[in-house]
Design a protein around this ligand. Structure first.
Ligand code: ADP
Ligand code: MG
Length: 390
């Protein structure tokens, strides 16, 4: 590796917020820290590194709000060395920045998703971008676990365009996921929440023949409640998924899989950290939004979790960013820390939530950096980013 240049795909997709004066803050740097072991290994081996990563969903357009610049700064603080930054991924200037790197030097490329080709459905677009990126390095190392389920240029085509290796984070993630899939100790409970309703509803069908119980909270639960005939007021709702949900519920019944739904929820009149009230699921007011599972439900979920030997959790139970709606997530996290067996928390926001609520990484069996990626692995899907590295 000495004197070689490595293009390292990392997952640096960290949650951001703004301070009072409008500066961007990194709310949870877990994914940056999780990338350090591979970066350090490469530096110790005498190579230079070009890091490629994405942030959010800029949809192929430059967007100052989603620049990786603040990430370069944090990375530099953690590594205690300079991290250079390339504004434009494919420019000749970036090529010379890469060429000039000496052993132990790091260049971070701007958000790769500013390039429309990164996520293009057209394989030729992606290949063209991969070819431009490939000239920046001698080797490719895939360590962006949170993106391995995406057939994107920097995840799939680029890995194939250069001699490649699997990064330490991806290897660690996969070894935990193997424990969750090859003969997991039972009862096996999966807890799902969060905001990406349609992404996650699809997942459940595929998990039904693998687990004993699925507990559902977060934004997606209102589509379930609606399917069961409850009114959900102004809560997140996906009418087009109602049919899927009904079929999930009947399949679960046939397979003997328990689906745990909340019996009470915390609602508020507006999407803000104020005026919470607890109502039973039969009494959600038409003009209110469900923002957390209620205390009775949290207790029920906790009991199911604590009596399990294997638990995988993805997606906060409520809008934990608001302290009035964080209690469901806290109770579920607490229950996971008491599991006598393997407990895994997955997902960028879920990991941020448990840290924000004051839990330590060591309270859990493993905190995965991937939400969607972990779920797709558990479903038994083939992940493009892993296939390319095989
Ligand atoms: P992860 O990143 O862990 O995979 P998601 O991105 O799917 O999780 O979801 C996280 C987001 O879900 C959080 O920002 C949280 O505020 C939001 N969320 C949770 N419950 C609700 C709800 N009832 N209504 C709206 N948003 C919710
Ligand atoms: Mg998220």
């Amino acid at each position: 590796m000495k004197g070689k240049r490595v293009l390292l795909r990392c997952d640096l997709n960290v949650p951001l917020s703004k301070d009072g004066s409008g500066n961007t803050l990194i709310t949870d740097d877990g994914r940056i820290r999780a990338s350090i072991p591979t970066i350090q290994f490469l530096l110790d081996s005498g190579s230079s590194i070009v890091i490629c990563a994405h942030l959010g969903r800029p949809k192929g357009e430059r967007n100052a709000e989603l620049s990786l610049r603040p990430v370069a700064q944090r990375l530099s603080e953690i590594l205690k060395r300079e991290v250079r930054f390339a504004e434009n991924v494919t420019s000749t200037e970036t090529q010379s920045l890469a060429n000039d790197l000496k052993a132990g030097e790091i260049l971070l490329l701007e958000n790769i998703r500013f390039e429309a080709a990164e996520t293009s459905k057209d394989e030729n677009d992606r290949k063209a971008l991969a070819t431009k990126l490939a000239v920046l390095a001698d080797f490719y190392v895939g360590d962006g676990f949170g993106a391995v389920h995406r057939k994107h240029a920097s995840v799939y085509e680029l890995a194939k365009a250069l001699p490649h290796a699997i990064g330490k984070l991806v290897a660690a993630e996969v070894s935990v996921l193997q424990k969750l899939t090859l003969n997991p100790a039972r009862p096996y409970t999966v807890v799902l929440g969060g905001a990406k309703v349609s992404d996650k509803i699809g997942v459940i069908t595929n998990l039904l023949n693998k687990v004993d119980r699925i507990a559902i909270g977060g934004g997606m639960v209102f589509t379930f409640l609606k399917a069961k005939g409850y009114e959900v007021g102004k809560s997140l709702l996906e009418m087009e998924s109602i049919e899927t949900v009904n079929s999930i519920l009947s399949q679960a019944k046939d397979l003997g899989v328990e689906i745990l739904l909340p019996t009470d929820v915390v609602v508020a009149p507006i999407f803000a950290d104020q005026s919470p009230s607890i109502v039973s699921i039969g009494e959600i007011p038409a003009d209110q939004i469900g923002l957390d599972i209620g205390p009775e439900s949290a207790k029920m979920f906790a009991a199911a979790i604590e009596s399990s030997a294997t638990v995988f959790w993805n997606g906060p139970m409520g809008v934990f960013e608001f302290s009035n709606f964080a209690e469901g997530t806290r109770k579920v996290a607490e229950a996971l820390t008491r599991v006598n067996g393997l407990s895994v928390v997955g997902g960028g926001d879920s990991a941020a939530a448990v840290r924000k609520l004051g839990f330590k990484d060591s309270d859990f069996g493993y905190i995965s950096t991937g939400g969607g990626a972990s779920l797709e692995y558990l479903e038994g899907k083939e992940l493009p980013g892993l296939i390319a590295l095989q």
